[in-house]
Design a binder for this molecule. Structure first.
Ligand SMILES: Cc1cc2nc3c(=O)[nH]c(=O)nc-3n(C[C@H](O)[C@H](O)[C@H](O)COP(=O)(O)O)c2cc1C
Ligand code: SF4
Length: 499
């Protein structure tokens, strides 16, 4: 007869073996699929977190780049769960920088209202305009930075919801195609997918990719907020045979994309290239993505748009707070201006130059909830792009290992084992849920403001807490002409106490 402790050991061993096997084969939770048994401790810690947090230092609002509250909003939205909060807001209502919407005394009735929005049309006068149904779609993240299963899940999720995703710089992969979602093909300085061996632009290769039915628009990437003025680097360990084929690059070497396009170095040159790629695409909407530092560049672009019919159909403004797989800290922390300010500048300049109704503005940069999307719309965007929010919907836990190939959730890695943990089927449902939840939240805000369409939100519907007890209308902080805008900047700076 075995002693009691031996039975206990057998029971523990049996439970551990059974749980481990269960974890390996279940498809719902990536972390425990990738780290059988031990991964369970993360979920226990997550469950115990809120009640224990009153005794442990980090608060719901202290994590960066996204607070725990923002992340849990994204997780719950992706799981299709309610995002109501108990007991009132945790956000400091007197905290400088907090933006408040001005509720309408008579909101738009929502009794039988649907979240369906009149589509935003990109390139209405082109041969193949594109109608956008969701206010926030999936921002560019390459296959290479992301795993194959992550790309597949995003593409399937976009299809399920009826939205679109951007290919990112790494070209259109088999996983974008297999997922079936609508695509925006991004052409970065590395010309991945449409390059000659020396890295120059290859028209025939571009035409082959852009001609695909799934590709709905094409755009040039001048820069992204996390690293303006710096091309991407894909370390050689991540350059698999597949990535080498899709991008048209060599294996066994780091993949560097240059920091600028060889085909142009000024606005007229950029417009010529943009027209060339739009023509080669058969008349699909064409645009560009950039990061601003002031108003000079965008004013030149606006003047071009005002006086020509062949300008960009959309401009993507990425804020300095935008994410990436890997970026030098000096650029990430100090280069470029925030999305808020960049949107205001873009909107003001386009209006001043008479170009606003000829182009759509898409904003991206730390948008993760419906409220942050609505703020971007109110500041001047017509649509939003989201990258990291969609990573959360895939299960990203903000472990901040994206640049190491060891992403534990299988999102930002090329490791076969870690990638296997991310189940594209179940995660695609979360991607779709998240896209719909953001849209639903924005429509809810639209109705609370007494409006009909997300594009009706303007600065006059918002105010900002500038110091405890002082709230200022956004029309005052961000006036609608650049002259007035610069003047408020100067006054505000002069207001500061002497150093
Ligand atoms: C993992 C990762 C990869 C990215 N890859 C690209 C890319 O290939 N091209 C690009 O223009 N931006 C890329 N970005 C930037 C995003 O598209 C977006 O501009 C930026 O992250 C702001 O969005 P977010 O704050 O919603 O993440 C990437 C971002 C992340 C997080
Ligand atoms: S490494 Fe961390 S932050 Fe990056 S995708 Fe994976 S879980 Fe998210």
């Amino acid at each position: 007869m075995l002693p009691w402790w031996a039975w206990l050991l057998i029971a523990i061993g049996g439970y551990t073996a059974f749980s481990t096997l269960w974890d390996v084969f279940q498809r719902k939770h990536t972390i425990i699929r990738n780290f059988p048994f031990f991964g369970r401790f993360r979920y226990i810690a997550e469950k115990l977190g809120p009640p224990l947090r009153q005794y442990i230092v980090t608060s719901d609002l202290s994590e960066r780049p996204f607070t725990r509250l923002q992340r849990s909003w994204a997780y719950r939205a992706a799981k299709g769960l309610s995002n109501t909060v108990p007991f009132g807001t945790q956000v400091d209502q007197e905290g400088p920088g907090v933006i408040k919407f001005n509720p309408a005394p008579f909101p738009t009735p929502d009794l039988h209202a649907s979240d369906e929005m009149q589509p935003v049309i990109l390139g209405p006068n082109r041969l193949k305009p594109y109608a956008v149904k969701y206010i926030a779609n999936i921002s560019g993240m390459s296959f290479g930075a992301l795993s194959r299963n992550a790309v597949l899940a995003l593409s399937k999720g976009a299809k399920l919801a009826g939205g679109y995703m951007s290919s990112g710089e790494g070209s259109v992969s088999d996983y974008h195609i297999a997922g079936g979602g609508d695509l925006f093909y991004q052409i970065g300085p590395g010309k991945f997918g449409c390059r000659n061996e020396d890295g120059t632009f290859n028209e025939e290769k571009f035409k082959a990719v852009a001609a695909r039915e799934q590709v709905k628009a094409v755009y040039l990437k001048l820069a992204q907020g996390a690293k303006p003025g710096k091309g991407g680097v894909l370390p050689r360990e991540k350059v698999t045979a597949e990535i080498s084929r899709i991008r048209g690059i060599k294996m066994g070497e780091d993949c560097h994309s240059p920091n600028c396009h060889a085909e142009f170095n000024d606005v007229p040159g950029m417009m010529r290239f943009l027209n060339r790629v739009r023509d080669l695409s058969g008349g699909k909407p064409a645009g560009f993505k950039c990061v601003l530092g002031g108003d000079e560049f965008i004013r030149e672009v606006a003047r071009y748009i005002a006086s020509h019919d062949d300008g960009p159909d959309f401009i993507i403004i990425d804020g300095a707070e935008g994410g990436t797989g890997a970026a030098p800290m000096s650029l990430s922390d100090h280069m470029g201006i925030s999305l808020q300010e960049a949107l205001v500048i873009t909107d003001n300049v386009l209006r001043e130059e008479g170009a606003r109704n000829k182009v759509k503005v898409i904003g991206s940069g730390r948008i993760v909830t419906g409220a942050s999307a609505a703020i971007a719309l109110g500041l001047g965007a017509d649509l939003c792009h989201i990258a990291r929010g969609f990573m959360f919907s895939l299960g990203c836990i903000q472990a901040l290992l994206c640049n190491t190939n060891h992403c534990p959730t299988g999102v930002a890695t090329q490791s076969r084992w870690l990638t296997r943990g991310l189940d594209p089927e179940s995660k695609s449902v979360r991607v779709s849920n998240y896209m719909q939840a953001i849209h639903h939240d924005v429509m809810m805000i639209v109705r609370a403001l007494g409006l009909q369409h997300p594009n009706d939100i303007t600065r006059k519907h918002m105010s900002m807490i500038v110091e405890p007890g002082r709230r200022v209308a956004l029309t005052e902080i961000y006036p609608t002409t650049m002259k007035a805008f610069h003047q408020t900047r100067i006054i505000r700076r002069a207001d500061l106490p002497a150093a």
